[in-house]
Design a protein around this ligand. Structure first.
Ligand code: MN
Length: 707
């Protein structure tokens, strides 16, 4: 176990300005609160945070990270609160400890291994700071090192699998190869102990036989380099059992066939020297075909740079060679963690080479970012910033674009579920469907067989899947309405003309209108694409159409629903209807549609019926008279919690604001929420908007909008 002064010395070595006092206080505090707690190994619990701190010190992380490591389990496992941490160690440490604690809680939920990829992204997205993830990785590494102390083999394997599927790829993506190799090997040892043991034993045997071989090869390579007058450092290493195992699996070869279990690394001073070295090696030895890779000109996404090649080396051993500079080597070993080191060494400006632009970028962001969010936005983690990940009650992870709501979630789970959604419980609390989801939210979707998609949902969904399902439903519903309207128009026109009507007689003209069915034809009439009169004259070509139109206007004139007096631009004598789809009110900009046989229907000018209407000759520009004394009816849709007195609360609020409810309909009565619409008599749009605003302040009401 690393001792207190050793840890402090280690930090001071790479950061002379380290906050020694804070380190010491964190050490003492953690030891005190973990007290008599024990690890599975029987060691005092405190040895764990201390080892985690040691791992991070080896990576050269800053003092805040080390202090966080010492304290990382205090909130989860002792009585300490984040506020306590903040009081003792300041806001930055508190923020980091809080981040690590959140990840630990999240970890408990990770069960579905199929979701490893999403879970990794979630971990990254939830780490407000790269250091949080680094502490978590070091934590995992120490837990893996001590995993053999856990007796329960099923649990051990579960943890190992999680490590292999979640943490190994994370370390790889962050370029921290030191951690990656060790985590991978430890996980391998627990997942497939037989395979690992046999490879390790074989390696041990080979090593005995060729201890000298490695040294000899290094010597040979070294003298080749000396001849070219290039100074370098050469090291030889064995591949890890896991990487050998993977290669054996991938290439369907046995261990004996696997020649290059040895890899050598040549570290030189500059990029030109890397290529020079490559030339020398290729010139001197036989090159194994198809093995050369240039990761210097094309670095890996995690910034790894190196030249890779394989040769038939000294003593006819097939060996792998990596050529790189010191800096590349450093990044290869500790990846993203490297930038703290560079920061301390040279204030981040010494490494002016283009290849370090990303490091400098990270440092600058770290120093200048106003908050962790901004830092996160700008670092490598940004690739997950446009997504959120939420859990189903069973722990399945659903990935959604940022801004997605509970409705999007429901559709992502299943289209049928989306269609039937009536409510959402987010983190055990009932929330409106339009709630924007956050990372890690647990969402339970409530459904009802009676529910149908609401057109208003379209306003707050962001996923294409949800939107297209909702639209599809609206389209089919609108068709139904058009169909009904068309049928009644046709019946009426035929009746007025005093000719016999049946759906059968219409069959004869279907072709003429390119309609598939009678319903299709009705829908065309309802939508205004075809007039009922035109159908009448198609069926009975000798009929006098003009007469019908006049009669129908006269008929309507006798009992107009509303006084036309408050609207300018009408044709005198024509009946006026207010459209049921948009319920226009004084103050709205309005347009009329002349519907033969019905008079004028008044719509709000951006009502969908208007924007999709393609017969401009039937449109009337209308406006409201300035002085309007009469009341108009507006329609409000709302959703409220089904509680005792809810409905009374709604009506009381409306009348308190001088609205007169003339009609009320419950459109969806689920056990939790009710959807209703009310028709309210108001003076103007402004008046209605006041009422909407007032209703939105009522706590039981989830949503109110003008229909
Ligand atoms: Mn821990």
């Amino acid at each position: 176990m690393i001792r207190q002064f050793e840890l402090v010395e280690k930090l001071k070595e790479y950061d002379p300005n380290t906050d020694e006092d804070m380190l010491n206080r964190a050490y003492v505090y953690s030891m005190k609160v973990h007290g008599a707690q024990k690890r599975a190994s029987g060691d005092p619990y405190f040895s764990h945070p201390l080892e985690v701190a040691g791992i991070l010190a080896d990576l050269g992380l800053d003092c805040f990270s080390i202090v966080t490591a010492l304290l990382h389990d205090t909130v989860e496992d002792t009585g300490t609160s984040i506020d306590d941490i903040e009081e003792m160690f300041g806001a930055e440490v508190a923020k980091l400890v809080d981040g690590v604690t959140k990840l630990s809680k999240l970890e408990l939920q990770s069960e579905a291994t199929k979701q490893a990829e999403n879970f990794r992204k979630l971990l990254l997205a939830m780490s407000s700071d790269i250091r949080v993830i680094l502490v978590k990785l070091a934590d995992r590494l120490h837990n893996m090192r001590t995993l053999h102390h856990i007796k329960d083999i099923t649990r051990r394997r579960r943890i190992a699998r999680e490590t292999m599927e979640i943490y190994v790829p994370l370390t790889e993506r962050m370029g921290i190869h030191n951690l990656k190799d060790e985590l991978e090997d430890l996980a391998f040892a627990n997942l497939n102990p037989e395979a690992r043991d046999s490879i390790a034993n074989r390696l041990k045997f080979l090593k005995r036989n060729r201890e000298d071989t490695v040294v000899e090869i290094i010597d040979k390579l070294k003298s080749t380099m000396d001849e070219a007058d290039l100074s370098c450092e050469i090291s030889g290493r064995e591949k890890t059992p896991f990487s050998i195992w993977r290669k054996m699996q991938k290439n369907n070869i046995t261990f004996e066939q696997l020649a290059d279990v040895m890899a050598f690394r040549i570290v030189v001073k500059s990029v030109p020297e890397c290529y020079q070295t490559l030339g020398i090696i290729h010139n001197q030895y036989l090159v194994v075909p198809h093995r050369f890779k240039d990761y210097i000109s094309t670095p890996k996404p995690n910034k790894y740079q190196s030249l890779h090649t394989a040769i038939i080396g000294p003593q006819n051993h097939r060996i792998e060679i990596q050529i790189r500079t010191q800096e590349m080597h450093h990044i290869a070993e500790i990846g993203i963690a490297a930038h703290w080191k560079y920061k301390q060494e040279d204030g981040g400006i010494a490494h002016e080479g283009k290849q370090y632009a990303w490091l400098r970028g990270l440092l600058e962001i770290l120093e200048q970012a106003a908050d962790p969010e901004e830092f996160l936005e700008n670092t490598k983690l940004e690739m997950f910033q446009d997504q959120v990940f939420c859990f189903t009650p069973k722990g399945e992870l659903i990935g959604l674009p940022r801004g997605a709501t509970a409705i999007d979630f429901a559709y992502a789970v299943h289209s049928e579920i989306g269609d039937k959604t009536i409510g959402a419980i987010i983190n055990k609390k009932q929330m409106p469907l339009r709630t924007i989801l956050k990372n890690g939210d647990q969402v339970e979707v409530l459904t009802s067989k009676k529910q149908n998609p609401s057109p208003t949902w379209e306003r707050f969904v962001v996923t294409g899947k949800a939107r297209s399902r909702i639209r599809r439903f609206i389209r089919s519903q609108r068709r139904e309405q058009f169909c009904d309207l068309g049928r009644s128009l046709a019946v009426k026109v035929f009746k007025q003309a005093n000719v016999s009507y049946s759906e059968k007689v219409l069959q004869s003209v279907l072709k003429k209108y390119k309609a598939q069915s009678v319903d299709d034809l009705f829908a065309m009439v309802g939508e205004g694409l075809v007039s009922a009169e035109s159908i009448l004259s198609s069926v009975y070509p000798n009929h006098d159409q003009q007469q019908v139109v006049n009669e129908s206007i006269l008929e309507n004139k006798e009992k107009p629903k509303k006084s036309p007096m408050s609207i300018k631009g009408l044709i005198p004598g024509m009946a006026v209807h207010y459209a049921g789809c948009c319920h226009p009110l004084p103050g709205d900009s309005i347009v009329g549609i002349i519907v033969t046989g019905r008079g004028v229907t008044v719509h709000i000018s951006d009502c969908e019926v208007i924007t999709q209407f393609n017969q401009p000759e039937r449109l009337l520009d209308l406006s409201w008279e300035e002085e309007i004394s009469e009341k108009h009816v507006g329609r409000l849709q709302m959703t409220f919690l089904n509680q005792k007195g809810s409905l009374a609360n709604v009506t009381a609020t409306v009348s308190k604001h001088n609205g007169n409810i003339v009609n009320l309909k419950i459109t969806n009565r689920a056990t939790d929420f009710w959807d209703i619409y009310i028709d309210v008599e108001v003076e103007s749009v402004e008046h209605l908007n006041n009422i909407v605003a007032a209703l939105r302040t009522v706590s039981i009401i989830n949503a109110v909008y003008r229909d």
